[in-house]
Ligand binder design. Structure first.
Ligand code: MF3
Ligand code: CO
Length: 236
């Protein structure tokens, strides 16, 4: 899983380098597929429940699962890239959000807060903690900045499948759910709106956007709880 996730992390770093005004989101998808061939891994999302592409590219008010297209990025956009692979039977999954050129102060704060919320969640991955301690830490970090956590999507267990139990909501009271133990592996993925948390799914059946049109951001790491503490598998 570490190897799978390191490949995801390297790929996201390489894709990030190509994010600039005028790039077509399909070009970013093509790059991800070239990386998969180079690394001899399978893209995890392609054909997953009929998803057509290897990455998700979600722009501005799109929260997650945006489908690569001929749309071109523009200065001022907030772009989330989500990518996963399968390597030797194990999955890696991670996501990040970046600004294209200059973005608003709110957009910068949204991106920074979402990443901060991911790390606040990861900090709760401690033996003996309960799973909802992760959820609660994410929610607290987000709401302290006046933003909202998306409620219709969750983080998840990950391993021999992309999505395993348990689901990991990004909100809720602490002290509930399974007790965390070494050997457990999770994908933690806060999705955050600058406005309301309500989303709508576009007629393409995938693209989830905020109902009120506010900006959204998404960060994800796959992590393992080891005897020595939490290991962020998808961090370079
Ligand atoms: N990181 C997302 C997830 O964990 C990616 C899924 S996109 C899909 O759910 F197309 F594969 F569904
Ligand atoms: Co995921």
């Amino acid at each position: 899983m570490h190897k799978a996730n390191q490949i995801v992390a390297e790929a996201l770093a390489e894709i990030k380098e190509h994010i600039r005004p005028d790039v077509e989101t399909l070009e970013l998808n093509a790059l991800a597929e070239e990386i998969c061939r180079r690394q001899k891994v399978k893209p995890a999302f392609k054909h997953y429940r009929g998803y057509p592409s290897s990455i998700c590219v979600s722009i501005n008010d799109e929260v997650v699962h945006g489908i690569p297209s001929h749309r071109r990025l523009q200065a001022g956009d907030v772009v989330s890239i989500d990518f996963g692979v399968r390597y030797d039977g194990y999955f890696g999954d991670a996501a990040l959000t970046v600004a294209v050129g200059e973005v608003s102060d709110t957009a910068q704060r949204l991106i920074a807060t979402t990443e901060e919320a991911l790390y606040a969640g990861i900090a709760q991955v401690v033996s003996g903690n309960r799973l909802s301690d992760v959820s609660h830490a994410v929610q607290k970090t987000v709401e302290a900045q006046g933003f909202s956590v998306i409620r219709d999507f969750v983080g998840h267990g990950i391993g021999r499948s992309l999505h395993e139990d348990p689901q990991i909501p990004n909100f809720g009271p602490p002290g509930h759910g399974p007790v965390l133990q070494p050997g457990m592996t999770f994908a933690i993925e806060p999705m955050v709106s600058a406005g309301s948390w309500e989303i709508v799914v576009l007629p393409d059946g995938w693209t989830a956007k905020t109902r009120d049109g506010s900006l959204a951001a998404h960060f994800e790491h796959s992590v393992a709880l080891t005897e020595k503490g939490v290991l962020i598998l998808s961090k370079l």
